[in-house]
Design a protein around this ligand. Structure first.
Ligand code: ZN
Length: 239
């Protein structure tokens, strides 16, 4: 099973009682427990730890990194971002959650602002599955309905996804590309929208199923021993 690290800035849960009620040990702990229950080897890391908990050793032992952030994107050290981006291009999977659309690793890897519109209206969301054969939706029905959530809307400033797995409809009329897959180098990247800190969304079985599937999908494959570089001194044989 893939080795998973769940990263969280871990600020709202410590500063806001309403959030602490939903996630008493932090969003990272809730997600890690869910993935652990589903058989993955999990650890957590947070902003306040040395090197944000993402040392060379931790990343070397991470097959898939999950990332939740919201109000402290700018506090993430660029040297740690460099390390994460490099590991993704080498094959580590990255799952970017909710407001981490504006996080440094995601915007660096995608190369666009990844901005969007949002509204806090406690409205209903239906995530339509728009790629039913994709491994990330294994075991789900035709859609996921969340009765109360924060609203996101298009335009979403991302490059065209390689696969668009979920498209959300919101009660207020907005639509949003909620499940987006990318390849960056050898690594796989998945953006998944649900997960505002004041709603118990990561406690839901269907959302945990998506995260479990996404970890399996994003885990590195062995791949080929083929690399670029100067071949002047050792040209491939001509046939
Ligand atoms: Zn939010």
């Amino acid at each position: 099973m893939p080795s998973v690290t769940v990263w969280n800035e871990y600020i709202h849960e410590r500063e806001d009682d309403a959030v602490a009620e939903v996630y008493p040990d932090g969003i990272h702990a809730a997600i890690a427990a869910a993935l652990d229950e589903r058989g993955h080897e999990t650890r957590t890391a947070t902003l306040e730890e040395p090197e944000h908990g993402l040392t060379e050793a931790v990343l070397d032992d991470t097959d898939v990194l999950l990332w939740w952030g919201h109000i402290a994107h700018d506090e993430v050290d660029d040297s740690v971002v460099d390390r994460v981006v490099e590991r993704v291009t080498e094959g580590m999977g990255l799952i970017v959650l909710h407001s981490a659309h504006a996080s440094k690793p995601f915007t660096r890897l995608l190369g666009t602002p990844c901005d969007l519109t949002w509204r806090e209206g406690d409205e209903r969301e239906r995530l339509w599955i728009t790629d039913p054969g994709h491994a990330i939706v294994d075991g789900l029905g035709e859609s996921i309905v969340i009765e109360e959530t924060e609203t996101y809307g298009e335009p979403f400033g991302i490059p065209e996804p390689d696969s668009l797995v979920f498209t959300s409809w919101f009660e207020g009329g907005e639509v949003f590309r909620s499940g987006c897959c990318y390849r960056r180098g050898r690594g796989k990247v998945f953006y998944f929208r649900p997960g505002h800190e004041t709603y118990p969304i990561y406690h839901r079985d269907d959302i945990q199923q998506v995260l479990d599937n996404a970890v399996r999908w994003a885990a590195p494959s062995e791949g080929a021993d083929a690399h670029g570089g100067n071949r002047n001194v050792d040209p491939p044989e001509s046939t």
